[in-house]
Design a protein around this ligand. Structure first.
Ligand code: HCR
Length: 368
């Protein structure tokens, strides 16, 4: 009950929630960017497809495939959804996936704002010429026993060979099962994937009961440029099976089976080789204390990090300087992305966080 009351008074700021030890995770939110590319084969697949329509469908398949990791992986590995650690400003999470067929896919994730919390990320595979960039924050509200979370930000996928962009909006979610101490995520409302080639998809989410009796359901409509009648309807469970129906032939083969696909583990440098601002190194003691519910250590170690951060901000204020982000910069977006956002009918953000690849490559952090 104390926890539910703390949620009710959190006023939209998820970082102010004090969760009971059994709901805490030892993983920082800055790590969550990895869920975009845990299936590197699907991530690079669109680069090999010459047909625009087929390529846009491959992007949609990759996106649907990321949802299971993004929203159910804590349930699967830890038994229920958990409260991640609040990243500190400048916290960085780096890693790579390395497979024989796809080669290296690099992940750079950085906490670029603390109040409000915002994580920016870039994921790229040079062998295939594909890059995902994005940033996200969360706005929360509490209703009776449900925590509603709206995601702020977007992701953009770029395919070099075709000079093609895909603008991706992020789903709204809510946390169910709080009253029973067994929280889990359900997605709601819509997301949109708009390609600069004109193809677009809208994905509508629902929990048990609306589209079917199953949890994690979705219905995606896939459109060709400037047409309001869908070419295909893809439906099913994003954490399970989905089918694709051709609206002309009414043929409905399997689209994707999330239970069949195995994630590729991300390779992260051993902690003793990481810099102090790297997530797993900075949170090492807290992460070790979480599974054994050593609440004193969690509190002491978290407070150390928070106090250091307070001191840093104080010094910056005294010196009249601002924290220099490591690998991302906030820029006014006048480029092709603005056009794709407009094509999508989405109000483009005035300023967007973009990856400074040069800064990353010049830094020792790029030796992964
Ligand atoms: C809402 C959430 C923190 C944010 C997490 C996000 C939205 C972060 C970006 C990722 O790309 C996708 C993603 C997946 C997570 O499902 C989502 C988290 C789920 C729970 C967590 C809350 C802050 C935890 C509140 C405490 C609970 C468990 C009661």
């Amino acid at each position: 009950m104390t926890f539910l009351r703390s949620l009710a008074s959190s006023k939209g700021d998820l970082s102010s929630i004090t969760a009971p030890p059994f709901i805490l995770s030892g993983t920082s939110l800055v790590e969550y960017s990895k869920f975009w590319a845990e299936l590197p084969d699907l991530f690079v697949a669109p680069t090999m497809i010459l047909d625009k329509e087929e390529r846009a469908l491959a992007v949609l398949k990759w996106f649907i495939a990321t949802l299971k990791g993004q929203y159910t992986s804590r349930n699967e590995t830890l038994g229920s959804e958990k409260k991640p650690l609040n990243p500190f400003l400048g916290e960085v999470f780096l890693g790579k996936w390395e497979t024989e067929t796809e080669g290296p896919t690099i992940l750079v994730s950085e906490q670029v704002s603390h109040h409000p919390p915002v994580t920016a990320y870039a994921i790229y595979n040079d062998m295939y010429g594909i890059e995902l960039q994005g940033y996200n924050g969360q706005k929360a509200s509490f209703a009776t026993t449900t925590l509603n979370v709206r995601q702020v930000g977007h992701a953009v996928l770029y395919i070099k060979k075709f000079d093609e962009y895909y603008y991706i909006t992020l789903p709204t979610l809510h946390i169910e099962g709080l009253f029973y101490g067994a929280p889990y995520v359900e997605l709601e409302q819509k997301t949109l994937i708009q390609s600069s080639n004109g193809y677009r998809a809208t994905i509508e989410y629902s929990g048990k009961g609306y589209f079917s009796g199953k949890k994690n359901t979705f219905k995606a409509k896939f459109y060709e440029p400037e047409d309001s009648n869908p070419l295909y309807t893809i439906s099913g469970q994003w954490s399970g099976k989905s089918t694709i129906m051709n609206e002309q032939t009414k043929n409905e083969p399997l689209f994707y089976d999330a239970t069949e696909h195995k994630v590729v583990p991300l390779i992260v440098k051993p902690i003793d080789q990481q810099a102090d601002y790297e997530s797993r190194r900075a949170w090492e003691k807290v992460a070790a204390a979480v599974p054994i519910m050593d609440y004193d250590t969690i509190h002491i170690e978290k407070s150390k990090i928070e106090n250091e951060q307070r001191e840093l901000r104080k010094k910056e204020k005294e010196l009249g300087i601002k924290w220099q982000r490591r690998y991302f910069e906030l820029i006014e977006d006048e480029g092709p992305l603005k056009e794709v956002a407009e094509l999508a009918g989405v109000e483009p953000d005035e300023k967007v966080w973009r990856f400074n690849r040069e800064a990353f490559e010049l830094s020792p952090d790029s030796k992964l």
